[in-house]
Design a protein around this ligand. Sequence first.
Ligand code: ISE
Length: 352
Amino acid sequence: MNIGIGVIGVGVMGADHVNTISTAISGAEVRAVFDIDPSRAARVASSVPGAKPLSSAQSLIEEFEVDALLIASNDATHAQYVLSAIAAGKPVLCEKPLAPTVAECEKILCAEQMAGLRMVQVGFMRRFDPGYVEMQRRLVSGIIGRPMLAHCSHRNADVPSGWTSEMTVLGSAVHEIDVMPWLFGKKVIGVNWMAPSSAITAKFRDPQVLVLELEAGALVICELFVKCGYGYEIRCEIVGEKGTIELAPLASVRVRSDFKMQTDFASDWRGRFAEAYRRELQSWVNGVIRWRSSKEQTEFGPVNGPDAWDGYCGAVVSEAVLRSMAYSGRMGVAFQPLPELYRKCRDALAYA
Ligand code: ISE
């Protein structure tokens, strides 16, 4: 019998998850959805046989046919829904960021601690992307020796109106902030934020450059350009002492015609990371099924991927980046006290 999923927030990402669960995931089905816009909830629910729209997030969390929750609502609402789900004893997959502030993430860690097990998985889907997974495998094999440096670019064709410089950090850069320490196997210990001047995006800073300093002296240089205009593109090259490893462009074609050679870009991340999202969802569903049927309950509970601790680390680093941005207005400053923050919470809450 499939587990029942309730989805909170069925905008761009939530609707995409509903579609993936319904068409490509085994062991689960969407049984209820909630959205701040009732007509959107009704539309998405009508696309899935057996799914119903509910009129509040709390009723969806408490719905007895819903065994586990997927949260894809506005970032500012994540913490409240995650906390309610933990209180209801239901596993959660929460889209990134776990919450926009460190204080909210701490509340979530405390709630898990009180519950005695990890309930929350965080949607850092790049950890499931075949390209990043292969990069990690090659790094661990030692083929390029000790990794020293990474060059990343993260470009969106465009962003909605009302976008801010902070959103680029909290909503976009948070992926590099999560995946690069994961690849290197090292924590971030310092950050530096900078931005060139740009007339086109006068309302917010774009592009931005982040430099993350990792333990053991490695550096990650990230360009974030969310209004690049030409398409969605993610690049990453890691430079080691004996070579480099680079994400290769996705399987695609090159067209030669009319004196041009062309390759298409995806318009947004859903196409580029479709397989990563599918693997992330399947892994989470497998974890929930295993947890529900297992007699031996471990502290890892249903989580089968990045957890609330990873979400918390993302928030710690993002807040440091925002401080660097606010402090300088333009050129960043090296920011050091990150290890203290990690230690404080890890020791208090016994997270590894
Ligand atoms: C978006 O919200 C995502 O999650 C994408 O993965 C990211 O690449 C994009 O920059 C964000 O806006």
